[in-house]
Design a protein. Structure first.
Lengths: 597, 597
């Protein structure tokens, strides 16, 4: 069975060296996040994930969820007990508002914990993950009464939440939604329609499930401007907070999927179910995107999480498995063969994983800090800057980190040779689980279009300019230290490619929007390479500083510098290739008549 | 359920334009392969795959194989009936020697058919595929008596064959083999040991299973120089050809795998089983590599096959699924949304697949021709050249075509959005099935080491020089036609990168062999890009020629030229990046102490 060790030390390094958590102790919620508190959360949270969630990950995959004839769904053995422990320990309350029973800690701290949860058991982590998204939407646009009625139990975790967007004929293009909401005299609505792909849509972990459902009210425009958002609880909630009648929403079936078997992906049939308008009528998409943006960062975390746990197990295997001899002569002459970690091509796969994981962890926690700052920074300018940055980088974190998470999971599986293909080793589960993260919450192609079509030019390109200035600033800071040139020089070159690609898109996307679409994925990956490279420059600087200051932890910082160098040599070269693909434009991509495919 | 259409027309184009089948009609076996015969084989073979094998692919994946308490194994519903049809129609006899009941057709023709078989049902195709490998070894090194006893029924397909290399502690490093062969007075051996990962190791399709087993004889050197190969039939074969006693080899269990569920992957326990030495004692590895080389080409075919069938289904879906609007304005204003094939990023995924599939088909059939020519060409020089070329390119075909096949299967799955993750659509099966091809018959890392460590410098680099000269020759031929510059110019640049990388490896791999290991995978991919590019240059030339000659099939050739252009713009840029990674060397890859991972 695969192992998992929460990378607490690396998280702390990032919080210190990249995020600079202590700098923000004057901000709301950050004051409580003292180094001791954060350390305790990471260590205890890590233990919970290692000891409670990881042991039921493989068994959960094999058993999967079971739907019964009455529409109820049972999660795999051990999930209910683990979830009870999760609720008992209050792990779901970290980031929630204190007004509703949360601990009010920064988003960046909760995000660090959520990586551990996904690494140890991605399917499990989705239940609280979706709950958090639903809470965020209610908190943002719900009435005081709605918040009071639903949030305390959701924060506690005794109730959970879901997001209901997709219908059989309608995924990305939400204007096509057919689910209807008929207004009732008491101000509620009757919701009727079919939703599919509803993660955590029905299960036995919580006492109630609060579905947030996109639907069209009678007479609303039949496009994206006519979509409203509704709260549809599985059990109606009485005024005293107790559970009332079973509502008219039933799980019609659960999907047989490639992975995340332990999370029930439901078809939900709404048959005149009672729903309550959440936020304004016809403004449902805006409210849903509050959930979506947080969810997209959360999906980026899943990419990292799968890369990390797959990497860890590949390292263990490469140390233990003996096969062949080192090219430079036997490493262990007394044995009949050397451990395969002596082979450069095995090292390549491990270092690919390490360089991505540590870079992505830094980027994601830096991104989570921007979410905090966008809401809590001292000045409007700082809040605006943070919001601009995270708006721009959200599709990059979602798209790049999940594409790479899948690639790293696959490469880590490859380290195992034939054993990697066998279920009991658990590596193939990581690949299957990682795969969904490239698809849901907007496919990575949609992320790329969001980046190129919306984010790049938003507010006259303000966020883009701010981001390029930020990386340029880091390069300027690095110029004083010759030792950083090995990472700074290729970063500068890649940044130049990113700037050139940006210019190309501005010039050619306007003339023919297909040029923007044709280059979108290449552009997203190019920005991902720069974004992780920026993080590696900061981390290398911090490790040099720590070594200069005489840290006793020389092994950690020396390894950091080796990995930075590996990233510089092995990730940056793709930047130029991506730019070349982008600049090829859309002609050859679009020239084929549909009939000729 | 996914569909499959055998790409007969494209196969014929390749056989005509790239392979030039008719040029070789003077060679053994080629005379029978007239255009009419080949057309009939491809069309009838295609129909068999479309109508018999494809319909049981998804159901076979879901049901999988079942092992019973007595060690017997049942294949999924429909497999036995389909296999009976396969035998009845003689599909397994295409390439086999006429002396043993085969049709004696060229390997290139059989290879074309095997692509269709793998696309339609990869798990099924493995049963005859392994049988062919076993036949090849017996034919190459068996005694006349052994050939007579085993080959006719194996060719017919009423018996099947297997390859037994791997043991629990021993995969790539065959010197570690522990299975023992004790000589008996009658000249036979008693084989004892445990073999794992034996594809098609036990099943209900054939009357007998002929296992070829690597083992060490008593007193043999305890390394790769002490390995012998044995024939171990499941049922002993009497002198009159009838089946005798059940031999002491039993399937102990079957593996639960990521994919190819309908092929039984067995643990085989040999307990004093009767075996017959095949070839010379202690020369087993050499005989096994006869099987292996054919098998590696066959695995490359699987990569292409998964890319092709996944692409076809992605095209169908992209034509049918409506979602969103074309960036340039509604393509179908009367409908509520456009088919997603209008979106450039969807096109990107489709064109990636098309450009790989058609290029890989050409490379593989060209490679199969070299196998034919190595055995049958008129002069020793031609035979030597063909052998040099296919020796060099075999690891590229295996490694590059399976890495890309997995990538294309994944991208094609992505076209389906959330539906791609659901089992009933069949796309996730293609990804899971494609994954094994990167692992078995020598992982792709081993292919890269074979290429860089063995093939590149073999015979003083004779094969490498011949290959570079071949591509240079094609470039010289193309210089007369300005229209080919759009593919020739980037090919020339990529070839320059390949030559530079080759020089770098020669210079730096000698000084430190870790440099060769560190660059091996990048080098293999770089050569793969050049090899497919070479094919695209030839195909573009042929399509221009056909159009110039006034072909009525303008759509086909116009599409070919668009795809060639797409390949040139979107595949070649990676060549420079791969060279840069390779030239970074091994320092950062090897610097990390094992304890620091």
């Amino acid at each position: 069975m695969p192992a998992y060790r929460a990378p607490v030390k690396d998280t702390q390094f990032v919080l210190d060296a990249v995020v600079g958590l202590e700098k923000y102790s004057n901000l709301e919620g950050f004051g409580q996040a003292t180094p001791d508190v954060v350390k305790a959360i990471l260590e205890e949270g890590g233990k919970f994930c290692e000891n409670v969630l990881a042991p039921i990950n493989l068994s959960g995959d094999i058993e999967g969820c079971t739907r019964h004839d009455d529409g109820s769904v049972t999660t795999p053995a051990g999930f209910k007990a683990a979830y009870d422990q999760f609720v008992e320990a209050g792990w779901g309350t970290l980031m929630a508002d204190e007004a509703f029973g949360g601990q009010g800690l920064p988003y960046v701290v909760g995000t660090a914990f959520s990586e551990y949860m996904s690494s140890s058991n991605m399917a499990f982590g989705m239940y609280p993950g979706l709950n958090e998204g639903a809470q965020a939407a209610i908190e943002a646009v719900g009435s005081a009464e709605q918040k009071h009625r639903f949030l305390p139990n959701m924060v506690k975790g005794v109730w959970t939440g879901t997001m209901n967007l997709t219908e059989p004929h309608c995924g990305t293009d939400l204007g096509l939604i057919r689910t209807r909401a008929a207004p009732q005299d008491d101000g509620s609505y009757k919701i009727t329609g079919t939703k599919i792909f509803i993660s955590a849509g029905e299960h036995d972990l919580s006492d109630n499930i609060i579905h947030l459902v996109l639907a069209k009210t009678s007479g609303a425009p039949d496009n994206v401007k006519g979509i409203s958002l509704f709260i549809v609880p599985k059990f109606l909630v009485n005024d005293d907070g107790s559970l009332g009648a079973r509502n008219g929403v039933v799980c019609g079936s659960i999907e047989h999927k490639m992975g995340i078997h332990a999370n029930a992906t439901c078809v939900l049939n709404y048959d005149g179910a009672t729903g309550y308008l959440l936020g304004e009528e016809n403004k449902g998409l805006r409210a849903m995107f509050i959930m979506m943006n947080a969810a997209r960062l959360g999906v980026g975390v899943q990419g990292l999480a799968m890369g990390e746990v797959a990497y860890q197990n590949a390292v263990d295997y490469a140390r233990d498995r003996t096969q062949g001899r080192a090219l430079t002569g036997p490493a262990d002459p007394a044995a009949k063969a050397d451990p395969i970690i002596v082979h450069p091509d095995v090292r390549r796969m491990l270092m690919d994983g390490r360089a991505f994981n540590e870079g992505a962890r830094a980027l994601i926690l830096w991104g989570a800090l921007q979410v905090d700052l966008a809401g809590k920074a001292a000045t409007p300018e700082e809040r605006q800057l943070a919001d601009d940055l995270i708006s721009l980088l959200t599709p990059v974190i979602k798209g790049y980190c999940t594409d790479l998470g899948y690639r790293i999971a696959t490469e880590s599986q490859q380290v195992f040779g034939g054993h990697g293909y066998i279920r009991e080793w658990g590596m193939e589960q990581f690949v299957r689980d990682a795969r969904i993260a490239q698809i849901y919450e907007g496919t990575n192609g949609i992320q790329a279009m969001d980046l190129v079509g919306r984010k790049l030019g938003a507010n006259g390109g303000r966020g883009t300019q701010a981001y390029l200035a930020l990386v340029n600033g880091a390069l300027a800071d690095a110029r004083g230290d010759e030792r950083l040139a090995e990472i700074a020089a290729p970063l500068e070159k890649a940044l130049g490619d990113l700037q050139a690609a940006t210019m190309w898109l501005l010039q050619n996307g306007l003339a023919n929007p297909n040029n923007a679409g044709a280059g979108a994925t290449a552009y997203l990956h190019l920005m991902g390479i720069v974004a992780l490279g920026h993080m590696w420059l900061l981390m290398a600087g911090a490790s040099h500083a720590a070594l200069d200051a005489g840290t006793t932890d020389t092994d950690f910082h020396t390894a950091k510098l080796v990995t930075a160098r590996y990233y510089a040599q092995r990730y940056f070269p793709d930047a130029r290739a991506l730019r070349a693909k982008l600049e090829a434009g859309s002609e050859a991509m679009m020239a084929m008549p549909v009939s000729a495919f």
